[in-house]
Design a protein around this ligand. Structure first.
Ligand SMILES: Cc1cc2nc3c(=O)[nH]c(=O)nc-3n(C[C@H](O)[C@H](O)[C@H](O)COP(=O)(O)OP(=O)(O)OC[C@H]3O[C@@H](n4cnc5c(N)ncnc54)[C@H](O)[C@@H]3O)c2cc1C
Length: 416
């Protein structure tokens, strides 16, 4: 069934009885050409682009829980392409362009809202850094606009510009950035991949990876052994654990990141704002909740739930930035597991095991990457060569020292 305004009208007038399940629930076959481990945003988009761009459909996505139950459904939904380092620039630029056509492409409303992203700066040094970054972003063909305090005050009058510790001097504005509905992205890719014949197998945890004579042969799962010619590991926060099943030791640490949402409020923040002095970012959902987050919990963990000291620190940052938020009541918080790489940039690469591919290290920026990552990982798996926008996302860089350190935080996982 194609989704359209006409369908909504038709189903509404006939008791909404005609909607069908959006994907099948198949039993796993004994063998596939390609198995993707992980039914998050990146696994599902990879499956879709393998089918659509490369005509490969004998594929299974194996998900240990339910589709979209991982980070893809837990993030703060910010989408942007304001990256300035070679390697990241072309990749995120490519990904944002895919976002811009995604609802039409998938026939699924992913609710992309290009409401703009403001990154605030609080010192002259930070302004100079943002000016340089803005020039690089414009050079790569994306948009960036440096705003001084006067211009910013007109746009965002509710910020605390005169905060004694972190006065706001201006912002780097990225008009094409914004938010998207996270669940819809997972569901849209899942439905479109299923329609092209991909088997999406839920409640199927991979417990082992079979390797013989240096080549991958398949996987062991809680629903039995499944053979495959190629296997892609796309499990975000579980990357190190799953890669270890094939004897790989990854340069990744898993850390926890929380997010928060307030009660529904009337429209007050019509954009995305990120605080440049601490780590804090906020937007308002279509339901009215203020959605925000901050730093990770800073210790390695697979807990998927956050700690209270970090909740206190994040709400302090919120109050510093916009004291009016103190009137809002926080309804919920939740956590996800971040696959932190040492330079804060991702890995889309082959491994030394024939037929075994790796997509990992998205840190807390992987939601915006979902379309680009799926496109590029599918390209690598299908052709054996990196896509031109992911040429720098090789594992080798951790050996050679050619890091892509956008934050300038050094080789410490939890600081990115
Ligand atoms: C609180 C929070 C806020 C964030 N905010 C943003 C943001 O604003 N913008 C942004 O760009 N990014 C953001 N991110 C990061 C982004 O969500 C992640 O980088 C991205 O979702 C990771 O890729 P994924 O969607 O494939 O991961 P996931 O959805 O986690 O998918 C991985 C899947 O693998 C499955 N899996 C694991 N092990 C196995 C196994 N053994 N067998 C089978 N399946 C397995 C998991 O169950 C999971 O479903 C945020 C993350 C969090 C938690």
């Amino acid at each position: 069934m194609r989704f359209s305004g006409w369908q909504v009208l038709r189903q509404g007038l006939t008791g909404n009885k005609g909607w069908k399940p959006q994907w099948r629930n198949p039993e796993p076959k004994p063998e596939y050409d390609i198995i993707l481990i992980g039914g998050g945003g990146h696994g599902l988009s990879t499956a879709y682009y393998l089918a659509k761009n490369h005509g490969l459909t004998n594929i299974a996505v194996l998900e240990k829980g339910y589709l979209g139950g991982g980070n893809v459904g837990r993030n703060t939904t910010i989408v942007r392409a304001d990256y300035s380092l070679p390697g990241n620039s072309e990749f995120y630029s490519h990904s944002l362009k895919l976002w811009e056509g995604l609802s039409a492409e998938l026939n699924y409303n992913v609710m992309l809202s290009q409401r703009g992203v403001y990154r605030l700066f609080h010192s002259d040094g930070q302004r100079d850094h943002f000016a340089r970054a803005g020039n690089a972003i414009v050079n790569q063909g994306d948009d960036a606009l440096l705003l001084d305090q006067t211009a910013l005050r007109k746009r965002l009058p509710y910020l605390d510009y005169d905060n004694a510790r972190f006065p706001i001097h201006g912002a780097l504005y990225h008009a094409r950035g914004g938010t998207a509905r996270h669940d819809a992205v997972a569901w849209g890719y899942a439905r479109a991949a299923d329609q092209r014949g991909v088997d999406l197998i839920q409640n199927c945890e991979v417990t082992g990876i079979d390797v013989e004579n240096g080549r991958v042969r398949g996987v062991q799962t809680t629903r039995g052994a499944i053979r495959a010619k190629k296997v892609g590991i796309v499990v975000a926060g579980r990357s190190s654990q799953v890669a270890a099943m094939a004897g790989l030791r990854l340069p990744i640490e898993s850390h926890l990141l929380q997010a928060f949402v307030t009660e529904g409020l009337k429209p007050v923040i019509d954009t995305v704002i990120s605080f440049g002095m601490g780590h804090y970012y906020i937007s308002q959902s279509d339901k009215g909740g203020l959605v925000f987050g901050g730093d990770m919990d800073f210790y390695a963990s697979y807990a998927q739930r956050g700690n209270l000291p970090r909740a206190e620190q994040v709400t302090q940052a919120a109050m510093t930035l916009m004291p009016m938020i103190g009137k809002a009541r926080v309804l919920r918080s939740w956590g996800g597991i971040m696959d932190m790489s040492p330079d804060g940039s991702p890995i889309i690469d082959k491994t030394h095991i024939g037929g075994l591919f790796l997509n990992a290290g998205w840190c807390y920026g992987g939601f915006k990457a979902v379309p680009g990552s799926g496109w590029d990982f599918a390209h690598l798996i299908a052709t054996g060569h990196p896509h031109r926008t992911a040429e720098k996302y090789m594992l080798e860089r951790f050996k050679t020292g050619h890091l892509i350190d956008e934050e300038g935080s050094g080789a410490q996982h939890n600081l990115h």
